[in-house]
Structures are given as structure tokens and as C-alpha cells.
Design a protein around this ligand. Structure first.
Ligand SMILES: O=C(O)CCC(=O)C(=O)O
Ligand SMILES: [Fe+2]
Length: 170
């Protein structure tokens, strides 16, 4: 069973949040017919992932799925949705998924590091050019709380949450 837990810490406007997710993937007799975790990108700024030595994480790169080697005693850091929004699209949120195997249990613990739930996440003003309009804001501002609710709702119509707030730039 997967578990998620929200942790908040800080004072005044500098409150931050971390959401821990424990993901166990038991062996599957027909791994080619199953998916451990479907393709998605993470909310928050960065995700820190710890995993045991059984591989299974794949990243999407140039339209292909690439296996991530599970290095012992290491943290893997993924860029997530709010870093893409804050950087106005300069840093892309990595799309990833977890596949299963028929030999051993894989375990991962992901920590999504984000702002406080009331923070309105929008492109940083320094990265939005108003004069010549080279980099107009590319995402609709939204509180972290509303973003989490949208991501967990059934209103995404098979789109990613990021696609729902991405503005079409002419
Ligand atoms: O198990 C993994 O490697 C990925 C976990 C993950 O993507 C998540 O919890 O968001
Ligand atoms: Fe993830």
C-alpha cells in the first residue's frame, strides 16, 4: 500500500512543505502487463528520491523511456512542476514512471519539496520580459494548495496538471 504524508515547517511567509510518499512495488508475475506508477510529473519544486537497489524508475527523454540506474546510498533529485513554472519554462519538469519486475520487491521514498500551501506559484518576475515580450508568462498563477487539489481531482481529462495551466503563447 502506498502512503503520503504532508509536513509543514517554518515561520511567517517562509513556511515550506514536504510531502513524503512511500512506494512499494512487489514482484509481479507478468510485469509486461502492469505498471507500478503511470507516467506523471511531480508537483513542488524538486523531488528527492531514495530507492533500494532494484531498478524500475524510467524518465522520458526525447520521446523515449530511459532506465535510471539505482545507485546505492544515493539521492536522486528530479525537477518538478513548480520549478518549471517559477523558471517560466526554462527548467522542464521531468516526466517519469515506475515499471515492475517479476523477481524482487522495489521500494522508493519520494519527498516533494514545495512552498507553503498558500503560496501563489507564478513565473518569477525577473524571468518574464515585458518590454519586447520575448518571455511572456507561460503559466497561470495558482496556489500550491489549488494545484495539489487539481492534480488529485478527476478533472484533468488525461492531460497533465501542468498542461492545464500552460498558456498558449502566440
Ligand atoms: O518509485 C519511483 O521511482 C517513482 C516514485 C514517484 O514518481 C513518485 O512518488 O512520485
Ligand atoms: Fe513522481
Amino acid at each position: 500500500m502506498n502512503g503520503r504524508m504532508l509536513y509543514r515547517e517554518g515561520n511567517g511567509s517562509r513556511i515550506r512543505s514536504a510531502i513524503f510518499a512511500g512506494n512499494p512495488y512487489p514482484p509481479c508475475p507478468q510485469p509486461e502487463l502492469a505498471m507500478g506508477l503511470p507516467p506523471h510529473s511531480d508537483h513542488g519544486l524538486l523531488t528527492i528520491l531514495i530507492q533500494n537497489e532494484i531498478g524500475g524508475l524510467q524518465l522520458q527523454h526525447n520521446g523515449k523511456w530511459v532506465n535510471v540506474k539505482a545507485l546505492p546510498n544515493s539521492f536522486l533529485v528530479n525537477t518538478a512542476d513548480h520549478l518549471e513554472i517559477l523558471s517560466n519554462g526554462r527548467y522542464k519538469s521531468v516526466v517519469h514512471r515506475a515499471v515492475v519486475n517479476n523477481k524482487a520487491t522495489r521500494i522508493s521514498i519520494a519527498t516533494a519539496c514545495g512552498p507553503s500551501l498558500d503560496t501563489i506559484v507564478s513565473p518569477a518576475p525577473e524571468l518574464v520580459e515585458d518590454g519586447e515580450g520575448h518571455h511572456p508568462p507561460a503559466y497561470i498563477p495558482m496556489t500550491y494548495r489549488d494545484y495539489l487539489e487539481l492534480q488529485q481531482s478527476n478533472q484533468l481529462d488525461r492531460k497533465s496538471c501542468l498542461d492545464r495551466i500552460r498558456l498558449q503563447i502566440a
